[in-house]
Design a protein around this ligand. Structure first.
Ligand code: UDX
Length: 439
């Protein structure tokens, strides 16, 4: 049955969740404190790049099933279920997550909750947060114990957010009552009907599933990147190595792509927050390996800079460097902790004339790194370059033609930071091709 629900926080997670809840039949009110974001969404515009999302939002704004507001009072009045989808960035003072926004949702929403309601947390939070929020909710809500909390972590990937929400690999329900479980099952009925497995559990387990999933993924990437380092030292080829490993079903090929490493708004800060929380709980030893995972990942960026410098005969001064990619991964305009921009920035600081091009992330990149120079196209970035770096594997870059490109550069030298190009083809076209961990 259709629910009247709110989705609080309309960033990548919230905007997608709101649109998908409308898509499966619910009446949804999206809530955000950012007036400009709400105005844009009301007009059916999505303030970031996520394939398929704008169309979905447009469709349901038009159908009337999806509306937006900045008022918590209106939200409390409207919804029987409230999803909290706000961000948990790394705090300015250390590794821990900043819970300001998560706390603010409860502090601002609860005082208006006058009838039974289920508040559902989806944000990635340190284990123990749900327990604390549940108590606070009952303290603050006029309806008291009739207001309940559930924890339902989100696993969506940027670039596949709509698909991951409508057809998730699994749903995790952290609940404390039958009523809460029944409500979540009804809310997600169409998704469950498609066969998504469900894990029903307590709050801390639900919170930990998310933290450990991200820790595992980060570890897998850093594992293959550590192998790249050993390959480099021994003259082996990490691309062939990864391929061979991938045929082992126990290992699998996903998240085993070597390169410049992981970035984005989730993996880097989530593994750090996880370590910080384990420390608070006295279990820091269990996660010391994540320090190494983080260190391997950060080393990829410096190592990519080193490789590019080697190709420039040991010195960046007076060299022109083309950087293809600014987003932390393709099909996204998100530049948070982007390896591409980090590398571009380091190279520029070492005296090169760096030109960056990305199909979607130019505006975000310009805002965050105003000191870098930006090109209007890949061709412009590449013109007269002494070395080209491919750092985000957009399809547009994968399909670049080495023959045509060679005419445009000063020196045909390329660093493939994502293992995205065909080594033989590029070398046959006269390029000096280098990739981390490949001979
Ligand atoms: C991630 C998780 O996948 C998702 O489940 C979670 O909810 C949020 O964090 P996302 O940040 O969108 O999602 O990106 P993801 O596709 O996981 O990629 C993360 C980073 O790892 C990217 O920078 C990507 O380029 C890099 N990566 C990924 C690799 O370097 N190698 C790989 O094999 C896979």
């Amino acid at each position: 049955m259709p629910y009247r629900m709110t989705v609080i926080g309309t960033g990548y997670l919230g905007a997608t969740h709101a649109a998908c809840m409308a898509e499966i039949g619910h009446e949804v009110l999206g809530v955000d404190v950012d007036e400009r974001k709400i105005e844009a969404l009301r007009a059916g515009r999505v303030p970031f790049h996520e394939p398929g999302l704008e169309e979905l939002i447009g469709r349901h704004v038009a159908s009337g099933r999806l509306r937006f507001t900045t008022s918590y009072e209106e939200a409390a009045e409207f919804g029987d279920v409230h999803f909290s989808c706000v961000g948990t960035p790394q705090s300015a003072r250390g590794y821990a997550a900043d819970l300001t926004y998560v706390d603010a949702v409860v502090e601002r929403l609860a005082p208006h909750l006058r009838r039974p309601a289920l508040v559902v947390g989806k944000s990635t939070v340190p284990v123990g947060t749900a327990e604390r929020l549940a108590t606070r909710l009952v303290e603050l809500a006029p309806a008291g114990e009739l207001v309940e909390l559930a924890w339902n972590p989100e696993f969506l990937r940027e670039g596949f957010a709509v698909q991951d929400t409508l057809r998730p690999d699994r749903l995790v329900f952290g609940v404390r009552s039958e009523v809460a479980l029944k409500t979540l099952e009804e809310v997600y009925a169409p998704v469950l009907g498609e066969g998504a497995p469900t894990v029903v559990t307590d709050f801390p387990t639900a919170e930990l599933v998310k933290a450990s999933a991200n820790a595992f993924l980060a570890t897998k990437i850093s594992f293959i990147n550590a192998m790249a380092e050993v390959c480099e030292a021994s003259g082996a080829d990490v691309a062939r190595l990864a391929e061979a490993l991938s045929y082992d079903e126990r290992i699998g090929g996903k998240f085993l792509r070597p390169g410049v490493g992981f970035g984005g708004g989730c993996l880097p800060k989530d593994i750090r927050a996880f370590m910080a929380r384990a420390g608070e709980l006295g279990a820091d030893q269990a996660l010391t390996f994540l320090r190494e995972v983080d260190a391997i990942n950060m080393r990829r960026r410096t190592r990519t800079v080193d490789l590019a410098r080697e190709l420039c005969d040991g010195d960046f001064l007076g060299r022109r460097v083309a950087v293809l990619g600014a987003a932390f991964k393709p099909d996204s305009d998100d530049i948070r902790d982007s390896p591409a921009l980090n590398v571009a920035g380091q190279i520029q600081l070492q005296g090169a004339d760096v030109r960056v091009y990305d199909p979607k992330a130019m505006d975000n990149a310009r805002r965050a790194y105003p000191g870098l120079r930006y090109a209007a196209s890949a061709a412009e970035a590449i013109a007269d370059a002494d070395v080209v770096l491919l750092l985000t594997e957009w399809e547009e870059f994968r399909s670049l033609d080495p023959e045509t490109l060679r005419e445009r550069v000063a020196q045909p030298r390329i660093v493939d930071g994502r293992g995205a190009l065909d080594l033989e083809r590029w070398r046959a076209a006269g390029w000096t091709y280098r990739a981390l961990g490949r001979p």
